[in-house]
Structure formats: C-alpha cells, structure tokens
Design a protein around this ligand. Structure first.
Ligand SMILES: [Ca+2]
Length: 276
C-alpha cells in the first residue's frame, strides 16, 4: 500500500484507486513526505512520547487508581514549563491529593487539542470496547472511569477482573451524579488517537472541524459541528489506506499532516487538489 523507499506514494486517491467519488471531495493528493523512522528517528521519539504519556495520563491497567487523587495515573496533570505547580490547580493544598492533577477519572488519554474558538481544552481517550471518548476538560472534574462508561468489558475479560466492569453482556452505567459525560463517544471504538481542530484555509469545507485519528479503525475521523457547537455528523476519511493513524496536526502551511503507527511508519501530508 505504502511502499518503502518511495517519496511520492500516490497521485491522489482518485487516480490511485480510480474511485471518482473522491474526486469532488476536499482532498485528493497524498504524499509520503518521508519515512518516520528516518525523519524523526521514530523509535526514540515514540518511546519517549509514550512513556511520558503513560506516566502522566493513563491508568496503566490499575483501574481504581483513576479515581484515587493520591495516584498520578488516570489523570490529566497541569504543570508550569519549569515543572512547578500552578497555584490555581484544583487540588493544591488538599490532603491526600497530588497538586498537579487538573482532572481525573481518565482511562487512557491519547490526544489533547485546544478549541480555537472557545479556548477550551479537548481530550481523546481510549475507552473499553465501544467506549472511546472525546471530552472537554474542565478544572477539577471527574470524567468517570471506571465507574461510568459507554463501553463494555472485552469478551476476553468475561468476569471483569482486569477492567473492573460487569460482564460484556451488561452495559455499565453511562452517567452518574458528579461525573462528567463525554462530549461524544465512538461505538464501535476506532481506537481513537491524536486530534486537532482545523483552522486553515487550504480545506475550506473542513474549517472548524475536529480531525481525530483512529488506530484500529484505520481512519481520520472528521467531526462536524452545528451552530450550537454540538456534533452534527462525522465522516471517516482515508479508510482505503488501511493505516493506523497515530496523530494528526495542522502545519503552518495550513496542510494536514498525519503519522501512521505501522511497521513502515510514515508521515503523510494531505493537500487539496484543484477541481479538474
Ligand atoms: Ca469518561
């Protein structure tokens, strides 16, 4: 699909796959800019990134720690650039709580993005089966894991020993007082990853949309909002590539860059193509 050694991998999905339905779309030309492991020394970069992310964010399989404010896992932390603790963090001075915690009850956070309109912080996280979440992160709030989730235990964990959840045929509670609901969720899960709000002008039809990577779902998910800021629809993109999308960013050039999580990992650049 993406051939090792090539720089230009495709002259567009339309030409590549001969599917005219893509021709009138927002994009067509896809280039493999370079190989991730050559350009970024992939292993070192990804190891460091994942290690830091796990230490700071994921609950690392100890599900109850996500609700324990004395434990660092299952949290989003807020620290100054020099590592000091901001004095207005929500749990500063609270006995038994880590002062760096900004929000808690997270399962496995994967991405953060600032909303360019509201300035709010958005987060994506892996839920259990069918419970991938996109949350709007607010100061000091509890995002529910493992007490509430739209997902279910995996069938490989029938008694919920690893997840702490009821059996897979039983839906756990999806909401509870004092717990923040996700803005939206993916059922089935796409193994949600990094995300970004698109603010550029190169893809006018995507302006203001949230672009979200999917690993197992091998896609870039485009979320469209209505004028009230609620999700009006979502569209899976790039499914034909069959690539696990690890992260997505908008370049200073207004184009969209993706990293793939594959053996031949790549950085992909999406460019618009003029209508023929
Ligand atoms: Ca949640």
């Amino acid at each position: 699909m993406i051939h090792t050694g090539s720089v230009l991998i495709a002259r567009g999905l339309y030409e590549w796959y001969g599917r005219p339905s893509y021709r009138a779309g927002d994009w067509a030309l896809i280039k493999q800019v370079n190989f991730a492991n050559e350009l970024l020394e992939k292993k070192q970069v990804s190891d460091a990134t994942f290690d830091a992310a796990k230490k700071l964010l994921g609950e690392r399989g100890v599900v109850e720690d996500a609700q324990d404010l004395s434990k660092p896992t299952g949290k989003i932390h807020r620290v100054n650039d020099d590592g000091s603790v901001p004095k207005d963090n929500p749990f500063v001075g609270k006995a038994g709580a880590l002062p760096t915690i900004w929000s808690y009850g997270h399962r496995n956070p994967q991405g953060l993005a600032w909303d360019p309109v509201t300035g709010k912080l958005w987060e994506s996280e892996h839920g259990p089966q069918g419970g991938d979440e996109i949350n709007i992160i607010k100061r000091g709030l509890n995002y529910g894991w493992p007490l509430v989730t739209y997902g279910r235990a995996y069938t490989t964990d029938p008694d919920g020993i690893r997840s702490g959840l009821p059996p897979p045929n039983v839906q756990p509670p999806t909401s509870a007082p004092g717990m923040e609901e996700p803005f939206t969720f993916y059922k089935p899960s796409i193994a949600i990853s990094g995300m970004v709000f698109y603010t550029g002008s190169k893809f006018p039809q995507w302006k203001g949309n949230l672009l979200v990577g999917g690993l197992a779902g091998t896609q870039l998910s485009r979320i469209v909002f209505n004028e009230r800021g609620l999700e009006s629809r979502r569209e899976p993109l790039l499914l034909e590539l069959r690539q696990r999308i690890r992260d997505v960013r908008q370049g200073p050039d207004g184009l969209i860059y993706l990293t793939t999580d594959m053996r031949d990992g790549a950085i992909l650049k999406l460019e618009p193509v003029a209508e023929p």
